[in-house]
Design a protein around this ligand. Structure first.
Ligand code: HEC
Length: 205
């Protein structure tokens, strides 16, 4: 009997110790509601370098705006960023008509344009550019996609699709139009011009 009582006591002591430990571990969480509590090996998920949006000590570096990522100086462009000056307005669209394709037309650029067209444009515009992409055919809510060619296919902004100049096609890729979204973040300026060159081939059908 004696033996089993001390065994029970042992169990109670272990149980009490566990409860106490858990309580102590959880207590810090009550202090600060935003606290993530006990974190193991913090620097494994916190980078040593500053995060872009991390606040910086404004007093230590007065010229800083209070965060690591600084506002770029006026009239500067980030490396690799190509500014497109024409605005997303009717005037901007009309002005884009005179912008020329700076990419040299070669077999390679056309092939790349074709590939990018297939990936980004053909779901709606169709592989042949007839406006009958699979999204349109499956009736998934996209309609009114104009064919790039033909004597009847017109742009909703006026003019025949087959006569649309390169600049206007580029402008459409940058800003999108109604149901068509912008493809500026998916395609670099050079890639956009390659797509334009390929669309111009489709216009000639
Ligand atoms: C989600 C479907 C969709 C995708 C993807 C799409 N388009 Fe369009 N596109 C449309 C629709 C719809 C219109 C007609 C918009 C209107 O006139 O209201 C259109 C119109 C156009 C026009 C005519 C613009 C004008 O001024 O009338 C051009 C040029 C064009 N798209 C090029 C492209 C190119 C190049 C791509 C690929 C980078 C592309 N589109 C991807 C749906 C799409």
């Amino acid at each position: 009997m004696k033996g089993s009582i001390s065994a029970m006591n042992k169990k109670t002591i272990v149980y009490a110790a566990v409860v106490m430990l858990v309580t102590v571990a959880l207590l810090p969480a009550c202090r600060d509601k935003k606290s993530t509590g006990l974190e193991y090996a913090r620097n494994m998920y916190d980078p040593i370098a500053y995060n872009q949006d991390q606040p910086t000590d404004k007093k230590a570096i007065p010229s800083f705006n209070g965060q690591t990522a600084q506002t770029p100086p006026p009239n500067t462009d980030p490396i690799g960023f190509d500014r497109y000056e024409l605005p997303n307005t009717k005037e901007g669209y009309e002005a884009s008509a005179t912008v020329v394709n700076p990419t040299t037309l070669t077999k390679e650029t056309l092939l790349e344009g074709q590939h990018l067209y297939k990936v980004f444009c053909s779901p709606c515009h169709g592989v042949k550019g007839d406006g009958k992409g699979h999204i349109v055919e499956l009736d998934k809510g996209i309609s009114g996609v104009p064919a790039y060619f033909g004597a009847e296919s017109t742009s909703s902004r006026g003019g025949l699709m087959k006569d649309m100049p390169a600049g206007k096609i580029y402008h459409t890729i940058v800003y999108g139009l109604n149901a068509m979204g912008s493809y500026a973040s998916q395609l670099t300026p050079t890639e956009r011009w390659k797509v334009v060159a390929y669309v111009q081939q489709l216009q000639k059908q």
